[in-house]
Design a protein around this ligand. Structure first.
Ligand code: TXA
Ligand code: MG
Length: 309
């Protein structure tokens, strides 16, 4: 049930988390399916609810740094600087795990992903619980992430806290700090801003040996087929840059951040119209567009020809 995030609703949601139940909470990136991170049974329920393979680890969310105590082993070099600069915000750090981080939530890895989200409702919920929650995007496995409460699939959790439209609209940047800093998933926080704070270069791309288990070639996909094209004809359904011309077309801004904010909502919207195909006018290239290209590639399964995992 979608509820307004009143004080009572947040207390009820925190009590549900304490009992090992799942709660959908808004974050600034996308809505997340929260569970009490220290409760292996609750974490297992998250995987079951999403239909997500158990080898895909979860991001741990806290309201303040102290709440990560026991979940992390030590903050690697540069982590404190990045946290000071970007938290609360859309950056997840992969760091060595501590004893409180469960095998279920970390998928058996020796590392753990952590972030402090920048949404008042998420922060109030985590503070009411008093400890971290794991939260993958609140969508069935490989589906489109929800950026509004009404996008959340029926039956995923009893309580869906309505926090309005997500301000960022794409999932957090995932940065591995357990070796040479490496971007595992591009997001709104770019490699160059991270490099500036770290005072060293940051690796990108998937050529590295360290892989994020969750990076499937198809992911974030709407029901309709997605294809990138140079331009849309008036009879085409899909996404254009600038101004929409036809009934089954939607326009997204030509600024990469604002494009990212609207992308999932627009894909949800076009899916709801029941179109078979979503043609996307080719967005520009360049670092600022990396997160958008990453999601479009996975939504459309554009490059690799391998079947769905
Ligand atoms: O913005 C976000 O990050 C959202 C909101 C809800 O916070 N959450 C999210 O979670 O996108 P999820 O589960 O959909 O994506 C988590 C990603 C996956 O690609 C996973 O493989 C990676 O983070 N990840 C988590 N723990 C990891 C670890 N220890 N090592 C490598 N990758 C990890
Ligand atoms: Mg996801």
């Amino acid at each position: 049930m979608v509820v307004e995030p009143t004080k009572e609703a947040i207390e009820q949601a925190a009590a549900a988390l304490k009992r090992g139940e799942l709660v959908v909470m808004p974050t600034e990136t996308v809505y997340g399916l929260a569970a009490r991170a220290a409760d292996p049974l609750a974490v297992t329920r998250t995987f079951a609810a999403k239909g997500r393979p158990a080898d895909n680890p979860l991001i741990h969310h806290a309201a303040r740094m102290e709440q990560f105590e026991g979940f992390i082993d030590a903050w690697p070099e540069g982590a404190a600087e990045l946290a000071a600069r970007f938290w609360p915000g859309p950056l997840s750090l992969i760091v060595p795990k501590g004893p409180r981080a469960t095998r279920e939530a970390t998928a058996g890895l020796e590392t753990v992903a952590v972030r402090i989200p920048a949404h008042p409702v998420a922060l109030r919920l985590i503070d009411a619980l008093g400890e971290p929650v794991t939260a993958p995007s609140a969508n069935p496995f490989m589906g489109l992430s929800p950026t509004r409460a009404e996008h959340v699939a029926e039956g995923l959790a009893e309580i869906v806290l309505d926090g309005g439209a997500c301000e960022v609209g794409l999932e957090s940047t995932v940065l591995d700090l357990t070796g040479e800093p490496r971007i595992m998933r591009p997001g709104a926080i770019s490699p160059s801003t991270i490099a500036e704070v770290l005072g060293r270069s940051v690796a990108t791309g998937e050529e590295g040996v360290r892989k994020s288990p969750g990076m499937y070639p198809r992911h974030y996909a709407p029901k309709a087929r997605v294809r990138i094209v140079e331009r849309l004809e008036s009879s085409d359904s899909g996404i254009v840059l600038g101004a929409a011309l036809a009934p089954y077309q939607r326009a997204l801004p030509s600024d990469p951040i604002r494009y990212g904010v609207g992308l999932y909502a627009t894909l949800h919207d076009l899916d709801a119209l029941g179109v078979d195909e979503i043609l996307v006018e080719r967005p520009p290239q360049g670092e600022a567009w990396d997160a958008v290209w990453d999601r479009l590639t996975r939504a459309g399964f554009l490059e690799s020809g391998t079947p769905d995992p």
